[in-house]
Design a protein around this ligand. Structure first.
Ligand code: HEC
Length: 158
């Protein structure tokens, strides 16, 4: 089973609807691609910083190419899970930025988990750079989906 948390189970039920909505949004967004206020060169720099931080702190578990552990979906005998991929085949993109920053900063909520807390090692900005690096590897659909999850997070906790 791809993810054990309740949010993901609910999300999976709604995924079909969301994909349709995401495609509609994407088509709407295609018309005005050049009114973005973010300089693409800045994003490239952040992605490179995120890639370096990922290689240093995360790749040992989540894989040099974001591929994760081959058996990431099957729990171990002690109930713990192996590191999931961080590319489109994983489930990190199911969660919004605030949820992910908290998880990476404070560590996994699962007691048996080996996912460390990085709050003493990485700033929120560095964690966001790693997330930007993840995004640069996700498909358009995953990016749109995750953007909406971030908006839901922000609406629930302004
Ligand atoms: C010692 C191994 C290890 C290291 C190092 C590690 N992780 Fe993890 N990570 C895991 C495991 C195992 C999980 C599986 C979920 C759990 O146990 O809670 C996980 C889960 C995650 C998740 C949640 C995925 C989801 O959709 O629920 C994210 C995001 C994540 N890791 C990001 C990172 C980032 C970013 C770094 C580096 C800064 C990192 N991890 C370093 C082992 C590791």
């Amino acid at each position: 089973m791809p993810c054990c948390c309740e949010e993901c189970l609910l999300i999976r039920q709604r995924i079909l609807v969301t994909v349709v909505v995401a495609l509609a949004l994407l088509m709407a967004a295609c018309g005005n691609g050049d009114d973005s206020s973010v300089d693409p060169a800045d994003i490239v720099t952040v992605v490179e910083e995120g890639a370096e931080l990922y290689a240093t702190y995360c790749a040992a578990c989540h894989g040099e190419n974001l591929e994760g552990h081959p058996n990431w979906m099957t729990p171990n005998a002690d109930g713990s899970y192996n590191p999931p991929p961080q590319d489109s085949t994983g489930h990190t993109w199911h969660h919004g930025d605030p949820t992910l920053v908290q998880l990476i900063s404070e560590g996994s909520p699962f007691r048996e988990s080996v996912m460390p807390a990085f709050g003493d090692t990485l700033t929120d900005e560095q964690i966001l750079a790693i997330l930007e690096f993840f995004r640069s590897n996700w498909g358009e659909q995953e990016r749109t989906f995750q953007q909406q999850a971030t908006e839901r997070d922000l609406a629930a906790n302004p």
